[in-house]
Each structure stands twice: as structure tokens, then as C-alpha cells.
Design a protein around this ligand. Sequence first.
Ligand code: ZN
Length: 433
Amino acid sequence: MLQKVIIIMSDNEKIKRFDLNKRPHKPLFLLMPVIWMMCFPDYWIRRAKIKKEDMEGIKPPFLMLCNHNAFLDFKIASVAVFPYRTNNVVAVDGFIKREWLLRAVGCLVKRKFTNDISLVKNLLRVIQNKNIAVLYPEARYSLCGTNAVLPKSLGKLVKLLGVDVVTFICHGHHINSPFWNLGNRGVKTTAEMKLLIRAQDLDKLTADEINDKINDAFIYDDFAWQKENGVKIIDANRAEGLHKVLYQCPACETEYQMDSKGNEIFCKSCGKVWEMTEFGELKAKNEITEFSHIPDWYEWEREQVRAEIERGRYNFYDKVIVRSLPNSSGYIDLGIADFVHNMDGFLIKGEYNGKPYKMEKSPQSLYSCHIEYEYLGKYGDCVDINTLDDTYYCYPQGDSFSVTKIALATEEMYKYYTENSEIIQYALKTQIV
Ligand SMILES: [Zn+2]
């Protein structure tokens, strides 16, 4: 598979990088009461439920795969495995100014959406330490409360670790604190902890079969859960921020003109308004409702992007502010750069300290990418592109863009190229061409 990553950061060679190889150790026992004191109150206050299935007699070491919607995921997962200790895989930005602390509680550092052999080695060490390796394979908070694409490498990793595989799927965490409007709405959440595959059965399964099992276990939909369980959100501002995910109007198909206020989302181009009910459904005001279920609208946007890709027309350009994160000391401002995302993948070109730098990533090298909305409440929306050495947080500066669309395009382009490459390989193999 053609993959291309070119990085020229002439002046940054001297900068210290995160040590991805550093051996993880068991979380310090002295810190465990602190961790539990951080986690249990949230569990008690919201009267969260944890249902366990086939978990009798399951003891560390094992691999726990969790879905990812909010920081609450970590807290409920820690409660679920009490009194055992865990090693969590955490993204680089979680380590800023507190690397020693995260290392002390056993966290493993990871740059998102990279093929990182040191992570595999460290996960093996966690298992050798007879601990619980906790992984959030979606590698990002869900954008609208539904499962995100999982890496194909997961099946191989599971076989390599050779331990019981447990899934931990939380429901209501997105409704409580949606990625597009962080907060705490006091939702009573539930979680399902289940033994998915016994260690002794791993040899009978192929990596693909393991992936299928994990993918099936990871199907979830927080908005459907909300309706089924009659969970009411009375917050008058419950729709604010939803336009970050729903960036294209289904009525007039205009992009980047959606906005939201109070309990409404609306299109500034055609004027159509939808109300978000207390049960998380959308209702158009005095008109036909295209999508009452929010994830359906999101998937429709995905189809629109896919159609653009199939016509070879997907193309986005903007000036961006780039901040890089080589280590836990904090961001380095790399100034303004050119940002292109098109049928050739990502291209970021800029200048730092008078010297040019460039990063290229082909569509086949990224099955997804990470985005942020209003990052840290002050920086705006961004796309972050990772190499094993650095992470580039790119903030588009124009008025007409959606980082959601960039993420959808990354996923659809990867599928488009890999599917097509499979068809070509099959054709060659069977001598059709
Ligand atoms: Zn419209």
C-alpha cells in the first residue's frame, strides 16, 4: 500500500520528543486512593449502572477495549475494574505539564492514528506485569454518540497479547457531555462490561474474525439509547454546538452555513430551523423533517462527501495556524501555514524560524484523523495530524470550513482507495485485466 509521510523540520531536530518507548509500570499503589477518589463520586452521584456479563473469575491480565465519548469513560472504567489497577493508553495532549503524574499512574503515551510499534511492545509489558491494558480503539471522542471506525490492526494486536478480551461500552456519556458542547448534564448512565473472547479461543480465530467480533461489540448509538430509555435533557441550550457536527443543510445542501442557539439548529442560507427536543430528536419548524435522528443526518453528510470523492472533486484549502506538540512542555507556535486536503491526502507547508517545513500524508496512510471543536475553549476548531515524532494542530483561519467534513473525507478517501486497490489486486490475480 502506498504510504507517504515526509517531514522536513530542519530546526526542530534538537527538540526533545515524547519517549514513546519508555517502559510503563504498574500504577503506584500510593496514588490509587487518589484515583478512586476522583472516580467513585461521579459514579455514585449519577447513580451509574455497570452490568457485567461472563466476567465471573476474569482476573488480570486482560485487555479491556472501551468506547470513547467523554472523560467520564475513564472514571467509570476505573470503577468497573476496582480494586485492580489499569494501564491506560492516553493521547499526547493529555500529558501536557503532567507527564510524571500520568506515567506514575501507569499511562502509556500515544500519538493518534499512527502505526506505533513501541505501543505494542509496551502493551505486552503491561500484560507481562499481570495488569489490565485499557485501550480506547476509536482513538477519539465520538462526534455524535455513535461508534467510530476501528483500526484493522486491532485483531493482530489481540492475537499477539494473547489474553482475555473484555469490552466496556458506556451509554449516555455523549448525551451527558457531547463532544460539541462539553459540560455535565447529570445523565444517569449505564455501562456494559463483557468478556468478548477467552484467551484460549484466540488461536482458533483469525485476526479478521477477531476484528468482526470487536466491531459487532462496538456498535452503539447514544441518541437511540436516549430515546429508548426516555432520558430527558431539559437544558435550554441543549442544541448549542450541534452545527459543528451537522455542518451541511439537508434542505438546501449548503455547507458551512449551519448555526445553533438555545435548543435550535438552523441554516443561515435558506433559513430552515430545527428544534432539538428534550429526548434528543430533531423537528423542523413548520416543514418536513429530513432527519429526526441526529446520527442519520451525520451519515447523510458522509454520503455527500463520499460522492464528491468518487467524482474526484474533493478539495479543501485554507491558511492555518499550526501548533506542534513534540513533548509534554506545551505547544510550539509554528505560525501560519498552507493547508491542503484533497485527493492526494494532506499537505501542510509553512515556515518556522525562517526555514521551510512540510508534512505530507497520503490518503492510504490515514484511515481516520482526529479533530477538535473549540479546542481547550479558546483555540477554535482544529485537525491534528500526527507522525511518530510530532503532532501538528492545524486551525483553519477562513470562515468556510468544517473539521467534521475533513474527518469524514479522510475516512471515506481511505476506504475509496483501499477498496479500489483490492478490486485492482483481485482483477490482476484473476487475470481479468
Ligand atoms: Zn439550508
